[in-house]
Design a binder for this molecule. Structure first.
Ligand SMILES: Nc1ncnc2c1ncn2[C@@H]1O[C@H](COP(=O)(O)OP(=O)(O)OP(=O)(O)O)[C@@H](O)[C@H]1O
Length: 704
């Protein structure tokens, strides 16, 4: 029913006169209307021809209205006929008396007739409308198929001309994002995908794809098929922020690390795999690391332990705001740090690695029954028995370092990688360059199949062939943007991708959002890890964080206090601002350190690949007197022996190389530390600059 609305209020039903008629109400309305007019007209002596005139006008009006809404001819005819029949009856009834049996009987028949007619007309109109929509869709599909056919023909011709390979196109799929399309190809004559893949650059050029877009061939559903992905819009040039849905993730369902050129997420499955993230300075590696830590923080079955000997800078933003009480959780509850353990010093890193090894070995014994119950040799990781992810910034450089202390760490890291896969302990190592010394390590090649090469336009030290063996046509200049590069996993072959930009505020938001979600270390593991793990957040163990808080990863900026400053984040995004706020003393110190950096090359030059043993900045160690190693003491002795003439980092390193294997980079770190605490004094300028022990230092000039 549609003519009278059914909504009720206190004053009774509300009538909606604008609503249209259905078949029943339409017929009722027409017949009761005609009867009313006939009886009133007959009683008052109205001329019967008037009713006929009104009927004709109604028929005309409805026909015009029907034409406007494009009613079918038969609908228009039916509506006009209804008006005319009604008007004819009224005219006749007014003349011969409307209340006779004949008049009422014929009116009832007319009513039923109008009702039935209206119903059939309505059904007909509906069917017409459906047919029109279907025809429109057929037209769109036809056009799309024509577009696909054109694309297919274009690529068959192009591949034939450039690769000399005949292909059959089995399907063309347009990406929903509108950024490109994929072709499912069947190369003829037993030719495999790589024959096409090696011509990727020529194919892209021939197709006149915009910069940053590629035509890349990869294996298809079987060896005789090839998928050709063609990007037509360069999404890598866009900055996309980390998706702000911080919902739960799991190690078992993978952690998203970025997006492909077709807009799809690329996911790292790390239950059994280790990962290697290579990125030279300025490529967006720190940002990516934060994205990785953010994903791990969101997981319900992972605990993240971070080693960063660059003063812990990769982990600090996940720890300090929580430790300093700057964040408040739901209901005012304190917020747990976004990572479970942070080692910024050699000592702490040793404790962490020992704990990881102890946990792994103990899990092997203690969970025998559980493994038997699940009939597996792979520990069933869950929120109750979480996976431990060891994230080691510049870890690859630790592995190839010749420094004795680094070698100690390297030995333990390799043990973790080699022995603890089944027991749910895996690593993410970062490296400044994809150099032979990093990828030459068989263990890394075998265990770290989740690989990322952030290029940021850097071409040196980026051996993509070694990073993604078997993948052809990958070129560094395809991803000249910060945060962009290549990612490959066992599930998703190496191809272009980009990381999300994660903002400092998002790190805080994720820390808060995931605080309640982090699992606790299972009792078996906690027992094995012992007091070193239980006391990891003790004030004296975390004092270095507060001391080093706002330092950057190069350690070449003044230290200050973080607590209460409200800027506990140590992100490179903030770096440029800080110089403006520094005091004159800090500024002097900064300039002094810059000079040292310039002279001794402590800050890596983005244009050159780092030598294998470089890249680690050990300045973080300087604040801890307990960390004086025999090598350090020997270096101090060399400095003292140099007398008032003083000496330089290279000379000290040469003196120590034989016995301790100390490299120049390490000595530079010590000299910086000694200069800051007054143990040594830097004299001379430029290439004449040298260090003198304070016992031999010249008298400082006085002002009077
Ligand atoms: N995914 C991204 N999208 C857009 N811009 C990014 C992305 N990642 C990084 N950037 C930009 O690049 C800058 C440098 O990033 P980041 O500090 O992570 O580089 P890095 O390789 O760690 O360099 P450094 O070693 O000097 O710290 C950031 O401040 C940001 O402006």
């Amino acid at each position: 029913m549609s003519s009278a609305a059914t909504t009720k209020n206190e004053s009774g039903p509300v009538l909606d006169w604008t609503a249209g008629h259905g078949p029943v109400t339409g017929a009722l309305s027409a017949t009761t209307g005609a009867l009313a007019v006939a009886t009133t007209g007959a009683a008052t002596g109205m001329p019967p021809a008037w009713a006929l005139a009104v009927g004709a006008a109604g028929a005309l009006g409805h026909t015009v209205a029907g034409l406007k809404v494009r009613n079918a001819g038969r609908t228009l005819a039916f509506k006009a006929a209804s008006w005319l029949v009604g008007a004819g009856w009224t005219t006749w009834a007014m003349a011969s008396g409307p209340l006779s049996w004949a008049a009422l009987g014929s009116l009832a028949t007319i009513g039923v007739g109008i009702g039935a007619g209206a119903r059939s007309v309505a059904l007909y109109e509906e069917a017409r409308e459906d047919e029109a929509i279907a025809a429109e869709q057929r037209q769109i599909a036809l056009e799309l198929t024509a577009e696909r056919r054109a694309i297919a023909a274009e690529w068959v011709e192009r591949i034939q001309r450039i690769c000399h390979v005949t292909v059959k196109v089995l399907a063309v799929e347009m990406w929903e994002t509108g950024n490109g399309y994929s072709l499912d190809l069947e190369p003829q004559g037993g030719i495999t995908y790589d024959r096409i893949a090696q011509h990727a650059a020529a194919l892209s050029a021939d197709a006149k794809l915009p910069h940053g877009c590629t035509a890349s061939a990869s294996p298809g559903i079987h060896q005789g098929r090839t998928i050709m992905d063609v990007t037509t819009r360069n999404v890598l040039a866009e900055t996309r922020t980390y998706p702000d849905d911080y919902g739960p993730l799991s190690i078992l369902t993978g952690i998203p690390w970025g997006f492909r050129t077709n807009g799809d997420e690329v996911v790292a499955y790390l239950r059994e795999q280790c990962a290697l993230v290579v990125g030279p300075t300025g490529s967006g590696k720190t940002n990516m690391l934060h994205g990785v830590l953010g994903g791990f923080a969101r997981a319900e079955d992972m605990l993240t332990w971070v080693i960063d000997l660059n003063a812990g800078s990769a982990g600090l933003p996940w720890v300090l705001p929580a430790l300093n009480g700057e964040l408040t959780g739901e209901d005012g509850k304190p917020v747990r740090p976004g990572i479970d353990w942070l080692a910024g010093t050699h000592e702490e890193a040793m404790l962490m690695l020992d704990a990881a090894l102890a946990i792994g070995l103990h899990r092997k014994r203690a969970y025998q029954d559980l493994l038997a119950k699940h009939d597996t040799d792979l520990l069933p990781v869950s929120a109750k028995i979480p996976q431990i992810m060891l994230v080691i910034d510049e870890g690859a450089e630790i592995l190839v370092s010749t420094d004795r202390r680094m070698k100690e760490l390297a030995k333990k890291i390799l043990e973790v990688i080699r022995m603890l896969r089944a027991m749910g302990i895996r690593t993410v190592l970062t490296a400044l360059g994809a150099t032979g010394s990093v990828l030459g390590n068989l263990l890394i090649r075998r265990e770290a199949k989740v690989r990322v090469a952030l290029t940021g336009g850097e071409t040196e030290g980026m051996d993509l062939g070694k990073m993604f063996p078997g993948r052809r046509g990958l070129r560094v200049d395809q991803a000249p943007y910060k945060g962009a590069g290549f990612m490959g996993t066992p599930e998703s072959p190496g191809a272009l991708f980009k990381t999300w930009r994660i903002k400092p505020s998002q790190i805080r938001d994720i820390t808060v959002a995931t605080s309640e979600r982090h699992p606790r270390l299972d009792a078996v593991s906690a027992k094995a890890a012992g007091a070193d793990y239980a006391r990891r957040w003790d004030a004296e163990r975390t004092a270095w964080m507060r001391d080093l808080g706002p330092q950057t990863d190069t350690g070449s900026e003044p230290s200050g206090t973080v607590a209460g400053s409200g800027s506990g984040l140590n992100l490179s995004a903030h770096r440029t601002d800080r110089g403006d706020q520094a005091s004159p003393e800090d500024e002097l110190l900064r300039r002094f350190r810059e000079e040292i950096d310039a002279q001794f090359g402590t800050a890596p030059d983005p244009a050159t690949p780092p030598p294998p043993a470089s890249g680690l900045n050990l300045s973080a160690l300087r604040d801890n007197p307990e960390q004086d190693s025999p090598a350090q003491r020997a270096a101090l002795a060399v400095l003292l022996a140099a007398g008032p003439e003083g000496t330089g980092a290279s000379a000290i390193a040469r003196a120590l190389a034989g016995e301790y294997g100390t490299n120049r980079q390490t000595v530079v770190g010590w000299l910086k530390a000694w200069t800051e605490d007054g143990t040594a004094v830097r004299v001379g300028e430029g290439t004449k600059a040298r260090y003198v022990h304070r016992d031999h230092a010249p008298e400082p000039p006085t002002n009077d």
